[in-house]
Design a protein around this ligand. Structure first.
Ligand code: HSE
Length: 343
């Protein structure tokens, strides 16, 4: 499967690292041969080689493509649009920074890929949060897939769990910790770190968004509840439909006081049905130690699905950072690979 990566930051490099280190296993165990033919970035330019880029050299020169070795077929000047429209990729992997207000230019990248008959895989939260219905319809009309597993809890299979394994169970509510940066910060503040120390660490570890305001003010968690609502509950929520809180007003003293009482502050995203409508919210809550979400610590995240047929199911795990998110992209690529082989 030939891949064009639009964006090549933490997450794109995470996927490339996995393909570099596990390529042989993926070929042997699953018959999956993922080959990166293009990377396109806003600041570092682009590389396109229809015969496939050398992943080792690509990762070595990730910050400055000028050191990437010349080869027959290598193109350095192609625009993102040219790569998506005219390149030979089977799938376009959207890993540019999320703009949760407009969703652009990621929505346009995905739209262009789908119209060009290419699958689109996105770790960018804008498209699935703001334009899921239209893009999904466009994918179906063009006989290709639009997958978003990487957008909610990274490689911990939250979307596929809801969409495939809990299909038919009648999901009535999803409630979870959906932002790794803030959960990491809250855990570190419980250990005595200041807000700024904890934020700097979360940035260094690759958990935070390019602009971490999105994390600490709850925009990232709001985007994720919108994705859950849109993908799993047939909703069509807009930013303004989601009341939102962040953690920036929370003091170290409040966090420590809760802890002394056996309680934990958590940023909780919730999606539920009410009066035939899908509703969602993001709220900073002080949870008792007995709440299943209270013990989810560090950059881990979790979602509890409430269903008609079997009460609750909870999934918890890593969901931010290069490798967990890179793995989520791989899981989408493998899903497409499986589908095309069983078709
Ligand atoms: N900034 C996001 C988080 C990355 O901290 O959860 C994963 O979506």
């Amino acid at each position: 499967m030939k891949l064009a990566l639009i964006g090549f930051g933490t997450v794109g490099q995470g996927l490339a690292t996995i393909l570099r280190d596990r390529g042989e296993t993926l070929r042997g165990d699953y018959g999956f041969d993922g080959q990166i033919v293009a990377v396109s970035t806003a600041r570092r330019g682009s590389l396109y080689d229809p015969n496939g880029l050398d992943i080792v050299a690509l990762l070595e020169n990730a910050q400055d493509f000028s050191g990437y070795p010349e080869s027959e077929g290598l193109q350095r000047g192609w625009s993102t649009e040219q790569i998506i429209r005219e390149g030979n990729a089977d799938a376009v992997v959207e890993v540019t920074p999320t703009d949760i207000t407009s969703g652009q230019p990621a929505i346009w990248h995905i739209q262009t890929a789908l119209e060009s008959g290419k699958h689109a895989i996105s770790a960018n939260k804008g498209p699935a949060a703001l334009a899921f219905r239209d893009l999904n319809t466009l994918a179906k009309a063009n006989g290709v897939e639009f997958y978003n597993e990487a957008t909610v809890i990274g490689g911990t299979p939250a979307i596929r769990l809801g969409e495939e394994l809990l299909a038919g169970s009648g999901i009535t509510e999803m409630r979870g910790i959906l932002n790794g940066t803030t959960n990491y910060m809250l855990t570190r503040m419980e250990g005595g770190a200041t807000y700024m120390e904890a934020l700097t660490e979360a940035q260094r570890l690759g958990y935070a968004e390019t602009d971490p305001t999105a994390d600490v003010e709850g925009h990232d968690a709001a985007a994720k509840v919108m994705i859950l609502a849109n993908v799993l509950m047939g909703g069509d929520l807009k930013n303004a439909d989601v009341p939102r809180q962040g953690i920036s007003a929370l003091s170290l003293e409040e966090v420590q006081d809760a802890l002394k009482n056996g309680e934990h502050y958590k940023l909780i995203g919730k999606v539920w049905r009410e009066g035939g409508q899908t509703k969602a919210s993001v709220e900073l809550m002080r949870l008792p130690g007995s709440d299943p979400l209270a013990g989810v610590a560090g950059a881990d995240m979790a979602i509890t699905y409430s269903t008609d047929l079997m009460r609750h199911a909870t999934i918890s795990g890593a969901g931010a950072g290069a490798i967990p998110t890179g793995f989520a992209l791989l899981s989408d690529l493998l899903a497409i690979h499986r589908k095309s082989h069983h078709a």
